[in-house]
Design a protein. Structure first.
Lengths: 134, 165
């Protein structure tokens, strides 16, 4: 019986594709180099990968406008196609679900929690206090 | 969170400060939040400020409670489909720009509606203003390297975000 605490992981082939996808907007590196860096200094490797992710995976609402379906899926395969193959980015839950799966696939132990966004951010500074729901 | 989120790991410790996309900074604090009726409960609040002279602004808050995929299904449903959710009526796209030698953030590329802005080393520049869909689709390719399919391009027709032909 599948354990409910298991989370999906990507294959080595998918990780290679992801690394190739990142190359355009960062200093060149390979998957073996990344795996070696993680062994030596996992925190530094994490920070670097996080920035590379943020450079290549845009945050935004693209698919809710430029699509026929106007929906968002958090399925790990759908996210991989959208983010890596199509380079379309995603919004917070998409990009963070995807990146958490990438990190788990690289051997990191990831505890996922949700966040409430501040109304100050949402309102462009007009509302200073308060948060929107999860 | 895009370019407003943390761009490096931050230790979960009250008062921790990190450098964000220059010259912004991020900070984690453990505090009660105004909407709570219980003054004793506290959350981790990630705050940002655009530079050392500006005030800290709350960006998001979280606890250490683990969320499961089913939780995100609920959250995703409202955020992606409610007509009151800004994602559904506003087209926004941004990503961080890195120094290609150091992988450190030096700026950001932003699209809001029809305006494309590039921020580098603290200076913002409007690089393009799109007045119709043809221009914006081309801008998405040029500035964001995104190739839209014809059915995707047509999908925006009639939406609040549609810039017209």
């Amino acid at each position: 019986m599948e354990s409910l605490s298991r989370r999906p992981v990507y294959s080595q082939e998918q990780l290679s594709k992801y690394v190739s996808f990142l190359q355009k907007r960062c200093r060149k590196f390979t998957l073996p180099e990344l795996e070696a860096e993680i062994k030596v200094d996992p925190l530094a490797a994490l920070g670097r990968l996080q920035r590379r992710q943020m450079a290549s995976v845009p945050f935004g609402s693209l698919i809710l406008h430029y699509s026929q379906h106007h929906t968002i899926s958090l399925d790990e395969a759908a996210l991989f196609t959208k983010i890596v193959d199509r380079r379309m980015g995603g919004y917070c839950m998409e990009n963070n679900t995807f990146f958490a799966t990438i990190l788990r696939s690289l051997g990191y132990k990831v505890l996922t929690t949700g966040a409430r966004i501040s109304k100050a951010v949402q309102s462009g500074g007009k509302e200073v206090m308060g948060f929107v729901g999860w | 969170m895009g370019t407003q989120g943390a761009c490096r790991p931050i230790e979960v410790k009250d008062g921790q400060i990190i450098q964000n996309v220059p010259s912004a900074e991020g900070r984690l604090v453990y505090q009660n939040v105004a909407p709570f009726t219980d003054q004793n409960q506290r959350l981790w609040i990630f705050q940002t400020r655009i530079d050392k002279e500006s005030p800290w602004m709350a960006t998001f808050c979280f606890s250490e409670l683990e969320f499961i995929p089913e939780d995100f299904e609920v959250m995703n449903f409202k955020t992606s489909s409610s007509r009151a959710s800004w994602f559904t009526y506003r087209l926004v796209l941004n990503h961080v720009i890195l120094d290609q030698e150091t992988d450190e953030p030096i700026g950001a590329m932003t699209l809001v509606g029809g305006e494309v802005k590039r921020r580098l080393h603290g200076t913002s520049e409007v690089v393009e203003v799109c007045n119709n869909e043809t221009e914006r689709v081309r801008a998405l390719k040029q500035w964001f390297d995104i190739d839209l399919r014809e059915e995707e391009i047509r999908g925006i027709r009639g939406m609040a975000s549609d810039l017209g032909k």
